[in-house]
Write a protein that binds this ligand. Structure first.
Ligand SMILES: Nc1ncnc2c1ncn2[C@@H]1O[C@H](COP(=O)(O)OP(=O)(O)OP(=O)(O)O)[C@@H](O)[C@H]1O
Length: 299
C-alpha cells in the first residue's frame, strides 16, 4: 500500500486517495477498480445494493483492509473517526454512554462532554447503551467518533435503526459537524434512493464504480437507472431545512412519512420555507436542481 504525504494546494486538502483499488478474497474480487478521493470539507456518499462492496471500500479508506491491487494514499497524520456498520458489543454487560465513549479512546472529560454536547446527548452520559433509542445510539457512536477530532469521518450506515424524522435530524447533524469542523466525510447510505442533500459527490458501487457525480447527475445517469431498474424510484435528496423531500417522480414525501402529489405552501404540511440555499452548493431537490454536470460513467 502506498502511503504518502501530499504536497501542493490540492494535496493539503486531500485526505485520502484510492487509485484502482481492489480487494480479493478466496479468488473473488469483493470490489475492484475503485478510484476515489476525499478532500477536507467534502461529503462523499457511497450507495449500492447489498454486497456491492461499500463497507469493504470504507475499510480500504480507513486502512482496516489493505488493497490486493491498486493504491491507497492517506495524508500524513490523518486522524480518522470511524463508525462501523456493526459493533461487537456484549449486550448482556452493563455499559454506560460514558464508558462507550472511552472503550478504545483515552479522552479528557472536556473532550468527552464536548462531543456528547455536539451530538445533543449530554443528558444521556450515564444512560445504559442498551436502553438508548436507535437515534440516540447512532448519536452516541457519532459522539465517540468526533471526540477524536478527526480529519476524516467514515460513517457506515449512520442512520440504521432510525425513523424518517430521525434520519433527517441525523443527516443535519452530520452536515453541521462538517460545517463546524471542516472534516471530510465518507458516508455509506443504507438507501439506494435517498442521499443527504449536502452530499458533494455520490459514488454508486456494484462491485466496481458504476457511476459517480453530484447527486443530481447520478440520479439522471443511465447506469444508475439501469442498475436499479427493478426498483426505479430514482434518487432523491434528504434536505435539512425542509420538512419534506421531492421525489424524482414529482411527488412529495413529508416528514410524517405521507406522500402527496404536489408541494403547496397552503396544504398544511409546510411550516417554514427557504427555497434558496438549502444546501451548501445550491443543488436543489431532484427536479428542482441545477444541472451542473453529468455523472461519469464507468465500465
Ligand atoms: N472478509 C471477507 N471475506 C470474504 N468475503 C467477504 C469478506 N467481507 C465481505 N465479503 C463479501 O464481500 C462482498 C461485499 O461486502 P460489503 O460488506 O463490502 O458490501 P456492502 O455493499 O457494504 O453490503 P451491505 O449493503 O449488505 O452492507 C459481499 O459479497 C460479502 O459477502
Amino acid at each position: 500500500m502506498l502511503m504518502q504525504n501530499k504536497s501542493g494546494s490540492q494535496g493539503r486538502n486531500q485526505l485520502v486517495d484510492l487509485q484502482k483499488a481492489g480487494i480479493q478474497r478466496n479468488g473473488r474480487w469483493l470490489v475492484r477498480g475503485v478510484d476515489l478521493s476525499i478532500n477536507r470539507g467534502e461529503i462523499l456518499t457511497l450507495i449500492g445494493p447489498n454486497g456491492a462492496g461499500k463497507s469493504t471500500t470504507a475499510k480500504l479508506v480507513t486502512g482496516v483492509l489493505r488493497p490486493s491491487e491498486g493504491t491507497v494514499a492517506r495524508a500524513g497524520d490523518l486522524r480518522i473517526g470511524y463508525v462501523p456498520q456493526k459493533l461487537s458489543i456484549d449486550w448482556t454487560m452493563p455499559l454506560s454512554v460514558r464508558r462507550l465513549m472511552r472503550l478504545t479512546n483515552s479522552l479528557t472529560d472536556a473532550d468527552l462532554l464536548a462531543a456528547l454536547s455536539a451530538t445533543g446527548i449530554s443528558h444521556l452520559i450515564n444512560a445504559e447503551v442498551r436502553h438508548l433509542s436507535g437515534g440516540e445510539f447512532q448519536r452516541a457512536l457519532l459522539a465517540r467518533a468526533i471526540a477524536r477530532k478527526p480529519d476524516l469521518l467514515v460513517l457506515d450506515e449512520p442512520v440504521q435503526g432510525v425513523d424518517f424524522a430521525g434520519e433527517t435530524a441525523l443527516y443535519d447533524l452530520i452536515r453541521q459537524i462538517r460545517d463546524t469542523t471542516g472534516c471530510g466525510i465518507l458516508l455509506i447510505s443504507h438507501d439506494l434512493h435517498m442521499v443527504m442533500a449536502a452530499t458533494d459527490t455520490v459514488i454508486c458501487l456494484n462491485g466496481h464504480v458504476c457511476c459517480r457525480g453530484t447527486p443530481d447527475s447520478v440520479s439522471r445517469s443511465e447506469d444508475y437507472q439501469r442498475l436499479f431498474a427493478a426498483n426505479a424510484r430514482g434518487l432523491a435528496l434528504y434536505s435539512h431545512q425542509h420538512d419534506h423531500t421531492h421525489l424524482p417522480d414529482g411527488r412529495v414525501l413529508h416528514g410524517d412519512g405521507s406522500i402527496t402529489d404536489n408541494c403547496h405552501p397552503e396544504d398544511g404540511y409546510h411550516h417554514h420555507h427557504d427555497h434558496d440555499g438549502h444546501d451548501r452548493h445550491g443543488h436543489g431537490h431532484h427536479g428542482h436542481g441545477t444541472r451542473d454536470g453529468e455523472a461519469t460513467r464507468h465500465a
